[in-house]
Write a protein that binds this ligand. Structure first.
Ligand code: GTP
Ligand code: IMP
Ligand code: MG
Length: 337
């Protein structure tokens, strides 16, 4: 497996948290490194009957042997991360780069109730204003915050050394391809690029070090906040199909549309995907719930996966059949080298 990038293929909330936590256990990851944006992300991990809603800590925390890193490119809100370190009991193995950006209370204030935050429908987490201050070179970084002193390290160096030692490492992105500042539905996007190359840049990993890019798609598309959503269903139809979701960070209702092949193909080339995961298959095909082998899937579900592979021209290696970390079909040993 070596070094794998995990990136969202649509508008975030594809289930990256579940896939990342599964890989930490199944692939005995030496490290999981958080890339992407900041506390605007909400990743959900359901493990041993417990539900964790994380905005900062890498989802690989479920493997106690996995080292956890916050890369230089991301944003940390000290109040949020310190609470999550306690919740996940990760004080001994969580490290933050000296140069990670810091979200302050004033950033949250500037991200709430303003004209631009309403037009875009931001998460109010302060991530956008914090990245504005960072680009203006007036923002704080982690080494300026005494409460974080015990967690600081040179993340780029440590992660490069692990990769050079042939350890399994995952770079965990946030949001999704079409929320990228550069490649998304501008201006209805987040405050930075969040595609695979940006994920490498956040961590300080050169492109030659990456072995796999795993794009995560959900079996349908959701979007929270403003901006275009082709084929958007009415709220009534979304509820009827059982596709209605609530945002992890803001609690807002997510808009929904059927799986979008055009966007998915674009996500494949924008990220240089070598494989993809398909989550929430059980929501579209209830008979797939909890199934762990491809052969046991209902016929319509197999047809859908075959169609995705035919159109995207990459293998669907991981299939989500429920929210739990173990509710997954892992086809990698059948499909990859
Ligand atoms: P971001 O993209 O960073 O926002 O996070 P995320 O991709 O981890 O997704 P988020 O947690 O916001 O939403 C995904 C939801 O789907 C969570 O409630 C997960 O528990 C749930 N989930 C993930 N995979 C599956 C699956 O295969 N089946 C079912 N039924 N639920 C799933
Ligand atoms: P911001 O990132 O808070 O500035 O929000 C910009 C846009 O991205 C809004 O439409 C948000 O709803 C959306 N967004 C940001 N982070 C996430 C996420 O983790 N999941 C889904 N949507 C997000
Ligand atoms: Mg989310």
């Amino acid at each position: 497996m070596a070094c794998t990038v995990i990136v969202g293929g649509f508008f975030g909330d594809e289930g990256k948290g579940k896939i990342a936590s599964y890989l930490a256990i199944s692939d005995k990851l030496a490290a999981m490194v958080r890339a992407g944006c900041g506390t605007n992300a909400g990743h959900t991990v359901v493990y041993k009957g417990e539900k964790f809603k994380l905005r900062q800590i890498p989802c690989g925390f479920v493997n106690e042997k996995t080292k956890l890193y916050m890369s230089a490119g991301v944003l940390v809100d000290p109040e949020v991360i310190i609470k999550e370190i306690e919740e996940t009991n990760t004080k001994e193995r969580l490290k933050i780069d000296f140069h990670t950006g810091i979200i302050e209370p004033q950033h949250r204030e500037r991200d709430t109730g303003t004209a631009i935050s309403k037009i875009i429908g931001t998460t109010g987490s302060g991530s956008g204003p914090c990245n504005v201050d960072r680009a203006s070179r007036v923002g704080k970084v982690a080494k300026d915050v005494p409460e974080l002193a015990e967690y600081l390290c040179d993340v780029a160096r440590e992660v490069n050394e692990l990769i050079d030692a042939q350890e399994n490492v995952v770079l965990e992105g946030t949001q999704g391809t079409f929320l990228s500042l550069y490649h998304g539905t501008y201006p209805f996007v987040t405050s930075k690029d969040v595609c695979a190359s940006a994920i490498c840049s956040d961590v300080g990993i050169g492109p030659t070090k990456i072995d796999d890019v795993l794009v995560i798609f959900k079996a349908y598309v959701t979007r929270v906040g403003e901006g275009p959503l082709e084929g958007e269903l009415s709220e009534e139809e979304t509820i009827k199909r059982g596709w209605q979701e609530k945002g992890t960070v803001t609690g807002r209702t997510r808009r929904a549309s059927p799986f979008n092949y055009k966007l998915a193909k674009r996500a494949v080339f924008l990220n240089g995907a070598t494989q993809c995961a398909l989550t929430k298959l059980d929501v579209v095909f209830p008979d797939a719930k909890g199934i762990k082998t491809f052969e046991e899937l209902p016929r319509e579900a197999v047809g859908f996966i075959r169609e995705v592979e035919a159109q995207l021209k990459i293998p669907v290696t991981l299939i989500g059949t429920g929210p739990g970390v173990e509710e997954i079909i892992d086809r990698r040993s059948d499909l990859l080298r």
